[in-house]
Design a protein around this ligand. Structure first.
Ligand SMILES: Cc1ncc(COP(=O)(O)O)c(C=O)c1O
Length: 930
């Protein structure tokens, strides 16, 4: 009880005091709990330094502040292996005895070790500095001394029913099991309740395994409100959890936060029964209470090894070391043609010998074949499927552009109808041409002010499905293609989207293009909004008796769904659990958000009817996959999976926190925000899709718990790591600004719009990058200030006009409208699907095409009086990067106006010198007559 009160009081005091340069952000405002912890160490370090330097008169308040902060940190530090109870005790001692310098030194050592993660490798970090070399090293966690080969470090959580006084002995038991030849080294952390175990899961990213011993209690030993709030936001604990079996309940709840962790249960119940039950599903192994700790130790190491092992990469490394003579068609394999060359040796020196030793065009020697995997590629793919939450996965070595085409071709045949976001990546449009399916384009909501599209809302998708149903064509609607998240960060409510669509057509297949979003699986917040996260949730839901009751009530209320009833658009539709087939495909550019080499991509599948398309999937894979896939790419996908399963939680949490800080820093900076601003979720997502009212992370009056509610319920959420930086108010269009950043400040960004650039934060970014960006923007803002101050009225007027043109005079974004009647089965049909492939191939015959200059009178005349202008091509301006014309599409006045206003140079499918390429009216008439 005393511990509880002290910690809660101390947390309150530190929050109130706002400590000298105290925690700039309150613990509860952190998105990433583990970053919140590190931030507290930073704060303690600052205060401790001030304390060491303070005069005797100044010291007292600082000492109190340090002691308070240290006490406030205690509940979280209890959940972490490093610095651990021993070093924490040293800190308390030093404060107690007034050793201010010693206190500051030790705080500095610990916080540096935490910031740099050196405690994972360096035994010195575990000593207080006066222990030096004399301190008995065998009780120090990392045995990986300098000079030895590195053994990865992790921590395990032991959930114990024993008194706190027994915990040190428990830790010792497991430490003593360490052996020289163990492949990894771990430090045990002990807690005594379900709540503390969950808090450890949340705060301690080093945890890789949890050993749950039956008999522990429910409530945390600290009743600290902020920790309770953090707990609630990560894992809402239902009442049933409090009364049910705590061991298996804990396992289930931990899985919700970190599904990759290995869970072990030590119990004296009927282990056989438990191990085979549904309850035991989340648990890797069940031990009987009196089992040898060594068995548990070995299981823990084996569990981590299972994730650590990268079957393809490991084999490739072995292969590279073998003295293999190659007599196949790949001269660079083994590197002899390079290292012996008079002229290209520098290539070998630049890339290093391993790249060439690890090259081969053989599929023997354990290298397996990507086209027909049966060995380590197969195992690597299975592991990736597990990591990403699917049933199976397929590695793709030519980017998600190819993954998408594979899925289209595998699932579609000519005549099928595909509901598709017109703003999606071009690989989908091309995929449809190849497959011969008819696209039914649906427009995403526009963000005209930034010259970009948002995302595809549920209502227009439902509307299209209901119209198809009303016209008797629903059976031809095979696939829905959606982008999640979009380039600019719009994250769909994946589960609701699928449920509502399945309510109209229960066997609809979904392809979620998650090219940008693979990392989201490893965020406990974003996971629910991934295709695989939602597919798993829907599978569970369809088996849930409570859902069945809800569905029955819905059915009784709604009656037979009349597709013409407009009410259906505003109702939340529920699918019939007896009819639903969960058929979900997700494509990820592993190279875009994880550590794979460029073009490393993956298709992840959760399709309960996969057996019906397995053969066509294989054909499609053969169609699009090179017979010489790059081995390093395959290996890098394998390694990226290893990384995410072992440290994805930490890395993604860090990146998210960093991104939120970049956003806040820019928008709160008095100088920078005069000219540059980050578009907030409120600006990027129209209010109708943010029913919760969420506006921004850290908006006044909003707790992080409310934010999580928005994440749960809103139709769209913004991925904070995708930062739309508005530069129009600084007088730059996106392309100019991008060029300045690259040429003058060494900052590379990718996507631009008329008045913005997209700054992406990923697992590679650090606080130094943040500093670099902020400094750059501040320098630029200062430069503009100066130019305006010194340039006189003329300069100011020109600047104002430029800003107005960029920010206010923005062109309307043109909608798709329709395919030309020639390409429609029934021109009178309400739904607008069309034979795009026919139009595409018509244009192969030059005699069918004509060119008309964009600014010509002929265009205006034909828009006014006909004949209709029909595009022969995909026309894709960069930015914004979506096709404003597709083959066979009727070109409207809005499209022409948009194109005429576009001031970008790169427009794929359009040659300004020749003009727009159109299908000739007489050719169209002739084609129709066929
Ligand atoms: C939404 C989307 N899907 C797919 C792709 C293609 O991915 P890749 O570059 O891996 O071929 C991109 C590329 O930018 C994209 O934005």
């Amino acid at each position: 009880m005393k511990r509880q009160n002290e910690a809660a009081e101390a947390m309150k005091r530190t929050a109130e005091a706002g400590a000298a340069e105290a925690p700039s952000i309150d613990l509860r405002d952190f998105f990433s709990a583990s970053e919140a912890r590190v931030d507290r160490w930073r704060s303690l370090h600052r205060i401790a330094k001030a304390l060491a330097d303070a005069s005797a008169a100044q010291a007292d308040p600082l000492r109190k502040e340090s002691a308070d902060l240290l006490a406030a940190m205690e509940p979280i530090e209890d959940l972490c292996g490093f610095p651990g109870p021993r070093l924490m005790e040293h800190l308390h001692d030093r404060i107690r005895t007034g050793d201010r310098t010693g206190f500051a030194r030790l705080v500095q050592r610990i916080s540096f070790a935490l910031l740099s993660n050196s405690y994972r490798d360096d035994p010195e970090a575990w000593k207080s500095e006066d222990e030096g070399e004399a301190y008995a090293p065998e009780i120090l966690p990392p045995s990986i001394g300098r000079g030895q080969s590195r053994r990865p470090y992790f921590e395990i959580l032991m959930v114990s029913p024993g008194e706190r006084s027994t915990w040190p002995e428990l830790r010792e038991v497991f430490r003593r099991l360490r052996r020289e030849h163990d492949e990894f080294i771990y430090e045990p952390v002990v807690v005594g309740s379900l709540e503390d175990a969950l808090l450890a899961t949340i705060f301690n990213f080093n945890l890789q395994a949890v050993v749950i011993s039956d008999g522990f209690g429910f409530a945390s030993q600290y009743s600290v409100p902020v920790l309770q709030e953090i707990l609630r936001r990560h894992v809402p604990i239902d009442d049933a959890a409090r009364t049910g079996d705590l061991g298996t309940t804990l396992a289930r709840l931990i899985r919700r936060v970190r599904p990759e962790m290995d869970l072990y249960l030590v119990t004296d119940r009927n282990v056989g029964k438990l191990a085979g039950s549904d309850e035991g599903d989340a648990i890797r192994r069940v031990f009987y209470g009196v089992e040898e700790p060594m068995e548990i130790h070995l299981s823990i190491l084996e569990g981590v090894k299972e994730r650590y092992t990268t079957p393809y990469f490991d084999n490739l490394k072995r292969y590279a070391q073998r003295p293999i003579g190659t007599f196949h068609a790949l001269p660079i394999a083994r590197g002899k043609s390079i290292f012996k060359s008079n002229w290209i040796r520098d290539m070998g020196e630049f890339y290093g010998v391993n790249l060439f030793l690890a090259e081969s065009s053989a599929t023997t020697g354990g290298l397996d074949s990507l086209l027909e995997p049966t060995g380590n590629i197969k195992v690597a793919q299975d592991k990736a499927a597990r990591a990403l939450g699917g049933d199976r996965s397929f590695f793709v070595t030519n980017g998600t552009s190819t993954s998408n085409k594979i899925v289209h071709q595998a699932l579609l045949k000519p005549g099928d109808i595909v509901l598709i976001d017109r703003d999606c990546h071009k690989s989908h449009h091309y995929g449809l041409v190849l497959a011969g399916a008819q696209p039914l384009y649906i427009d995403a909501f526009p963000l005209t002010q930034y010259s970009m599209y948002g995302s595809l809302a549920i209502k227009p998708i439902k509307k299209a499905l209901l119209q198809l149903k009303a016209e008797g064509k629903l059976d031809r609607a095979k696939l829905v293609v959606l982008t999640n998240c979009t380039f600019d960060g719009h994250v769909a409510n994946v589960q609701r989207t699928m449920l509502e669509c399945l309510a109209i057509k229960p066997d609809l297949i979904f392809l979620w293009d998650e090219a940008w979003f693979g990392f989201a699986r490893f965020s406990p917040f974003l996971r629910r909004r991934t295709a695989m996260g939602a597919a798993a949730a829907i599978r569970d839901l369809m088996r849930d008796p409570e859902y069945r009751k809800r569905y029955e009530a819905f059915k009784a209320g709604a009656g037979k769904l009349d597709p013409k009833d407009p009410k259906l658009l505003d109702m939340e539709l529920l699918p019939d659990p007896d009819q639903v087939r969960v058929r979900v495909y997700e494509t990820d550019s592993v190279h875009k958000s994880m550590s794979a080499l460029r073009q490393g991509s993956i298709v992840v599948v959760a399709d309960q009817d996969f057996h019906t398309v397995e053969a066509s999937f294989k054909e499609a894979f053969f169609t699009h996959t090179s017979t010489s896939p790059n081995l390093q790419l395959i290996a890098s996908i394998d390694v990226a999976r290893r990384q995410m399963e072992l440290e994805g939680y930490e890395l993604v949490g860090r990146a998210t926190q960093l991104a939120i800080e970049v956003r806040r820093e820019i928008n709160a900076h008095p100088l920078i925000s005069k000219y540059f601003r980050v578009a907030t979720p409120a600006e990027m997502i129209p209010a109708e899709y943010r029913k919760s009212g969420f506006t921004d992370w850290g908006a006044p009056g909003w707790t992080m718990t409310d934010t999580i509610a928005a994440l749960d319920g809103d139709e769209f959420y913004l991925d904070p790591t995708r930062i739309t930086l508005l530069c129009g108010a600084a007088g730059y269009d996106g392309s100019q600004f991008k060029a300045r950043l690259a040429n003058e400040f060494d900052i590379q960004i990718n996507k631009t719009s008329r008045n913005s650039v997209l700054v992406q934060i990923n697992i590679n970014n650090t606080r130094s990058d943040l500093a670099h960006l902020i400094k750059t923007l501040a320098d630029m803002a200062r430069g503009i200030d100066k130019r305006l101050a010194e340039g006189g009225e003329e300069e100011q007027a020109a600047f104002k006009a430029r800003v107005k043109a960029l920010v206010e005079d923005v062109p309307e974004l043109p909608d798709f409208q329709r395919f030309h009647d020639t390409f429609r089965d029934n021109p009178k049909s309400v739904t607008q699907e069309g034979h795009m492939r026919e139009a595409y191939y018509m244009a192969y015959d030059a005699a069918n095409c004509e060119h008309v200059k964009l600014n010509s009178k002929e265009i205006d005349d034909r828009l006014a009086k006909g004949p209709e202008l029909v595009s022969a091509k995909f026309v894709i301006p960069y930015p914004p990067g979506f096709p404003i014309m597709v083959p066979g599409q009727v070109i409207t006045k809005e499209i022409i106006t948009f194109m005429r206003k576009l001031d970008v140079k790169e427009i794929h499918g359009y040659d300004a010198g020749k003009g727009l390429e159109l299908l000739k009216p007489d050719a169209l008439a002739k084609h129709k007559g066929k």
